[in-house]
Design a protein around this ligand. Structure first.
Ligand SMILES: Cc1cc2nc3c(=O)[nH]c(=O)nc-3n(C[C@H](O)[C@H](O)[C@H](O)COP(=O)(O)O)c2cc1C
Length: 183
């Protein structure tokens, strides 16, 4: 059987990003028949509608990776109570030219970790608005607003015991969500 391809979009470019670390940990929790890739978004130009007819190579690459995927997993920090600009830039690129969005119909899951007390909840809600507009069926529950300071990672950088069981359950639900919508 062909593996189900999942593109993991990480909303932070920071080298030591907690969200990139979380994305890596989630990939390890994924089922054996899921193949995860993390498309880079750090080399995308700023979106400019003038370039729609001649997309830069990184834009074409991102669109091809999304188009080939069966599902999306967004793992993002919260910046000023919304999603980081780099994530919005990537989403905008892959939504254009008009009528040629590669997001539509792709099942999605949303996760985020933050040093703040409300653990990316506002960013995730903004992201959900965008994904709804892009016609992406997005898993509603369980929500995952992860606080970095609460033992999310242990001293070796692996998922700590406090959230591991919850995130295993989250991945089980997400895998079922993708299978349902990919069928
Ligand atoms: C520009 C900026 C804005 C931020 N705004 C928020 C915020 O609104 N809520 C929050 O919980 N944390 C906020 N933070 C702190 C982030 O949670 C923290 O920097 C986190 O480590 C970012 O995720 P990363 O480690 O994956 O890069 C902000 C950080 C930056 C750099």
């Amino acid at each position: 059987m062909q593996p189900l391809k999942i593109a993991v979009i990480v909303g932070s470019l920071r080298r030591e990003s907690f969200n990139r670390q979380l994305a890596g940990a989630m990939v390890k929790l994924g089922p054996a028949d899921f193949a995860f890739t993390v498309p880079p978004i750090d080399d995308l130009p700023l979106y400019n509608q003038d370039d729609d007819a001649h997309p830069a190579a990184p834009v074409a690459r991102l669109k091809a990776q999304i188009a080939a995927s069966h599902g999306l997993l967004f793992v993002t920090p919260e910046y000023n109570r919304s999603i980081p600009g780099v994530l919005k830039n990537a989403i905008d690129h892959a939504s254009r030219p008009y009528g040629q969005s590669v997001w539509a119909g792709k099942p999605a899951g949303v996760l985020g970790a933050s040093v703040g007390a409300i653990g990316t909840s506002m960013a995730q809600q903004h992201l959900r608005n965008i994904l709804a507009y892009l016609d992406m069926p997005t898993m509603g529950q369980p929500e995952a607003f992860l606080h970095v300071g609460a033992g999310l990672f242990d001293s070796s950088g692996q998922l700590g015991a406090s959230q591991r069981k919850f995130l295993e359950g989250w991945m089980d639900r997400y895998a079922a969500w993708v299978r349902h919508h990919a069928a």
